[in-house]
Structure formats: structure tokens, C-alpha cells
Design a protein around this ligand. Structure first.
Ligand SMILES: [Zn+2]
Length: 355
């Protein structure tokens, strides 16, 4: 099976300076070098990435609030007008949020000041915004939507080889709720892809294998019966994003029973991950999904600097073969993974598995 890949070079321009970790401002982990490592995997497999050719503002607006997107687009310029401003848009207010998964998006921020809006729309201290952040975020989301459209217009009939596309997205997206960025994520690419696919496919499943719970994606679809969200991640009791990702979060209203969280014990290896992916595959089949979005993070790798799981690079190939076995039109969206020297092998293994 062939895999098309998408990437826009402007995604490398986002080069964050600051990240708050354990009471200290340190250098961020989402470095542009991650992109080179991921491109290296595509080169090794002779896959030439295609560049998105349009700006899909409508696809972003389909999963995010108007106020949030306006903030992302204008924050840098407005920050420049503040006296004695620091090098990046970085919040110092945090309006109360209950932490409960059933909370819907809030209304747009009632205050106009950039300091107020930074607190309202940036949920933690891992999403600083520099001069190029919005451009990279925009092209990251465009990359994801180009991949979605590639499988929507793929060859038919889609049997025996359903179309598959990989979106090399950076910054990532799965922590971003409808109205709030967090965890290195600004626009939720995975959610935007799932929503885009709904125009063509009746039932879409999301399988998130990033080491962190896909909390933003969960929130966006929490009350929706047409998009199954599954996240396999390290147990959040002692791991970011902490407040969601528990097994008892199953969706609400029409979406009840259409959200599945599979938290893994810290230290889990590939074998444990495979058991969880097999369980997820059962749920995807039972749901009757006719398209799949894989939120693919590599921070479950044993050498990840932010990681607590113990997968090795070839284990991502095992996830890939299970994805292939589902036989669905699939968009693979890049999420996290910060062990830069492992990323080439992780992505090569995964794509070898799905091909
Ligand atoms: Zn992650």
C-alpha cells in the first residue's frame, strides 16, 4: 500500500524559547530539529512529501471558537504593543477551569486586553507564541487538511487497498480544546481532520497513541455520536495532562459510550501497548468506522525526555501493522515525540508497518 505524505516548510519557523517545567523556565522540547528527523524517515522510504496549496481557515473554524482563532492569529502583533513586553506571548493569568471533560467551549474572552486573552486562550506555560508561531500553526493545520482531502478524493473502490496519508504536523494539536491551547499544541489538527472526513465518511474513529492523553480531541467530540475518540496514554494520575484521560470518561449525551480512554501503567513496554491497540481496534470495528485518524506520537519511546513509557522504535511498526489490519481509509497526523535521535526510526517503523 502506498502512503502519500504532506508537509509545509513554514512549520519549521516556530522556534519557542521558554517552557515552564518543575518550577524552572527551560528550553522547549518541541524543537525544529524534530522535523528534520521525521523528514529523514520519509526520505529513507522514498516518500516525497507534498506541500499543501491552500489555506483551510474553514477547517480550523469547524473545530475551534472564533475568539480563540482570532487570538492565535493576532496575539504576536498585539503583544509587540505592550510596554516592556517579553520575547514571546506568555500568559500570567489563568481563569478558572474545572478540569472536567464534559465542559464545553467557553464564550469568547470578555476582556479585550492581550494579557487577559493570553490567560483565557493559552492554558498552560508550554505554549509560548513567538513571531513565527501563528504561521507555523497555520501551515501545520493546512498540512493535516491536505492529507485529509487526499484520502477523501482517493482511488475508488477503496478495496483492497484503502487510501492512506501521513501529515507531518508541527506544532502538534491533540491537547488543544475548542477554545484553549496547551501542551505544545495550538490548533487541533487531529480534530480538524476528523471533522473534515465527516463530509465524506459517516463514522470516523480517532486512535491517539501519543504518550499523553488527547484531552483536546476528547473535549471537541465528547458529546458527538459520529466520531469515536480513543486515546492510549500513560496513566494521567502522575502524568500530563493530569486532569483527564481516565477510563471512566466515556462521553456525554449523544456521545455517551463513544469515548474510550486506555491509560497504561508507567513503564509499559510494546507488548502492553499492542494489547491496548488490539482493544482499540475491536472498539473501532464495533463502532462501524468507515475512516480512521491516527494521532501518532512517539513520546512513548523509552528514550523520550518527557516520557514514562518504554517502547522501542520497532514497536511503532507493530502499531502500524494493527492500523493496516483495520483496512480503513486513514489519515496519520503527527503529534508529539521529543527524542530527536529516535524519531527517524520510529516513523520509518510505523510507516513500514502500515504499508
Ligand atoms: Zn505527547
Amino acid at each position: 500500500m502506498s502512503v502519500r505524505a504532506f508537509y509545509h516548510p513554514t512549520q519549521a519557523a516556530h522556534d519557542p524559547l521558554q517552557y515552564m517545567r518543575v518550577g524552572r523556565v527551560i528550553a522547549p522540547k518541541d524543537v525544529p530539529a524534530r522535523i528534520e528527523a521525521l523528514l529523514g524517515a520519509l526520505r529513507s522510504l522514498d516518500i516525497a512529501p507534498e506541500k499543501p496549496s491552500a489555506d483551510y481557515a474553514d477547517a480550523r473554524a469547524a473545530v475551534h471558537t472564533k475568539g480563540f482563532l482570532h487570538f492565535l492569529e493576532t496575539a504576536w502583533d498585539r503583544w509587540q504593543q505592550l510596554p516592556e513586553h517579553g520575547p514571546e506571548v506568555w500568559p500570567n493569568t489563568f481563569p478558572y477551569w474545572s478540569g472536567r471533560p464534559e465542559d464545553a467551549a467557553r464564550p469568547d474572552c470578555p476582556a479585550e486586553h492581550i494579557i487577559a486573552q493570553a490567560g483565557w486562550y493559552l492554558g498552560d506555560l508550554s505554549v509560548p507564541m513567538g513571531p513565527h508561531t501563528w504561521l507555523s500553526v497555520r501551515e501545520s493545520s493546512n498540512t493535516a487538511i491536505a492529507a485529509a482531502d487526499a484520502i477523501r478524493s482517493g482511488p475508488k473502490p477503496q478495496v483492497p487497498s484503502p487510501p492512506m496519508a501521513y501529515a507531518l504536523c508541527r506544532p502538534s494539536g491533540h491537547h488543544t480544546r475548542a477554545d484553549r491551547a496547551s501542551g505544545f499544541c495550538y490548533v487541533n489538527n487531529t480534530a480538524a481532520v476528523a471533522q473534515r472526513l465527516r463530509a465524506t465518511f459517516k463514522r470516523v474513529a480517532i486512535l491517539d497513541v501519543d504518550a499523553h492523553h488527547g484531552d483536546g480531541t476528547q473535549q471537541i467530540f465528547y458529546a458527538r455520536p459520529d466520531v469515536l475518540t480513543i486515546s492510549i496514554h500513560a496513566d494521567p494520575r502522575n502524568y500530563y495532562p493530569f486532569f483527564t484521560g481516565y477510563a471512566n470518561e466515556v462521553g456525554i449525551g449523544d456521545g455517551a459510550g463513544v469515548n474510550l480512554n486506555l491509560p497504561l501503567a508507567h513503564g509499559s513496554t510494546g507488548a502492553v501497548m499492542f494489547t491496548a491497540v488490539d482493544r482499540a481496534a475491536e472498539a473501532i470495528r464495533a463502532f462501524g468506522a468507515d475512516a480512521l485518524v491516527v494521532a501518532l506520537g512517539f513520546d512513548a519511546h523509552a528514550r523520550d525526555p518527557l516520557g514514562v513509557l518504554k517502547l522501542e522504535s520497532p514497536d511503532f511498526g507493530g502499531i502500524g501493522t494493527r492500523v493496516k489490519a483495520l483496512g480503513l481509509p486513514t489519515v496519520i497526523v503527527q503529534e508529539g515525540g521529543y527524542a530527536v535521535d529516535a524519531l527517524t526510526d520510529c516513523l520509518s517503523s510505523f510507516l513500514d508497518g502500515v504499508r
